[in-house]
Ligand binder design. Structure first.
Ligand SMILES: Nc1ncnc2c1ncn2[C@@H]1O[C@H](COP(=O)(O)OP(=O)(O)O)[C@@H](O)[C@H]1O
Ligand SMILES: Cc1ncc(COP(=O)(O)OP(=O)(O)O)c(N)n1
Length: 268
């Protein structure tokens, strides 16, 4: 019998296919981890921004979680958009039961500027959910919120990664440099050491869903048993190729190309 590794995403949706659950499942599939999903919010959005949000009733989120956790093996879990404290409480109660590494993309605001997490839920995320993670993957504004300080330099990014782990209790922190200028540099602090992952900045406006895709790729690699360092290294390659081969679809920030590494014909 063929053995298979599995990854679960708990997140909101993107009907235009570039971000959220859709990006996560595409990424899991590309990286040959069997993808599963629990939907927290249905979001009417596209490359130009968010038009409307419908939160799934709490009971239904719980039933989705129970359905997966009670029946399926889960080798890695990621969360994306979790809008409210009530949803966070549920996830904090249920996900540890999976015993799988937990990757949190602390989605607060979309690139378009639309808010995806209620303001009062941010502190709860930091205080209650963060300590459950194997890895948290904030972009610059999210890292600034988590540490309560501005980030202006690469030294600030490294310090933020260390603070998020040593002070706030995340298992590891990957502070992403997509919002900086110059090369796209990310810093991983694993509790012992800072690791640097760098690529040239690609001149494109098609970056819708980059954060979702990156954290989903890390989750897929962890589900397959790669170390945290190797999972991030391979995922950085995956997201860079996805941005470099992105699609000018829609009239705003187009989506990335989730099959770009397959097209390279290189098995990572
Ligand atoms: N224009 C770009 N060229 C190359 N890499 C980029 C570019 N924009 C973002 N990245 C990379 O994409 C990944 C996602 O980062 P980021 O855009 O900061 O996240 P988010 O989508 O959560 O805001 C990171 O590895 C970052 O360095
Ligand atoms: C449902 C949903 N979740 C997360 C995001 C944010 O996606 P992200 O990859 O952080 O980047 P942008 O799409 O904002 O560029 C989202 N838009 N929708």
């Amino acid at each position: 019998m063929m053995s298979v590794n599995t990854a679960l995403t708990i997140a909101g949706t993107d009907p235009s296919g570039g971000a959220g659950i859709q990006a996560d499942l595409k990424t899991f599939q590309e990286l040959e981890s069997y993808g599963m999903s629990v939907i927290t919010s249905v979001v009417a959005q596209n490359t130009t921004g968010v038009q409307a949000i419908h939160h799934i009733p709490l009971k239904m989120i719980e039933q989705q979680l129970d359905a997966v956790i009670s029946d399926m093996p889960i080798h890695a879990v990621k969360t994306g958009m979790i809008a409210s404290i009530e949803m966070m409480k549920l996830i904090a109660e249920k996900t540890p039961k999976t015993d799988a590494p937990y990757v949190m993309d602390p989605v607060m605001v979309a690139t378009s500027g639309d808010t995806l997490m209620e303001a009062n839920a941010r502190n709860f995320l930091r205080e209650q959910l963060l300590p459950l993670t194997a890895l948290v993957t904030p972009n610059i504004p999210e890292a600034e919120f988590l540490i309560g300080e501005q980030i202006e330099t690469v030294e600030d990014m490294m310090q933020a990664a260390a603070l998020i782990v040593d002070t706030f209790g995340a298992g590891a922190a990957l502070v992403k440099g997509g919002h900086m200028t110059g090369d796209a540099i990310d810093f991983l602090y694993d509790g012992n050491k800072i690791h640097t992952f760098s690529s040239e900045r690609i001149d494109t406006k098609n970056t819708h869903g980059t954060g979702c895709t990156y954290s989903a790729a890390i989750t897929a690699y962890l589900s397959k048993g790669f170390s945290l360092y190797d999972a991030v290294k391979k995922a950085k390659h995956f997201v860079t190729a996805a941005i470099a081969n992105s699609f000018s679809l829609g009239s705003g920030h187009g989506p990335t190309n989730h099959w770009a590494t397959r097209a390279e014909k290189v098995r990572l």
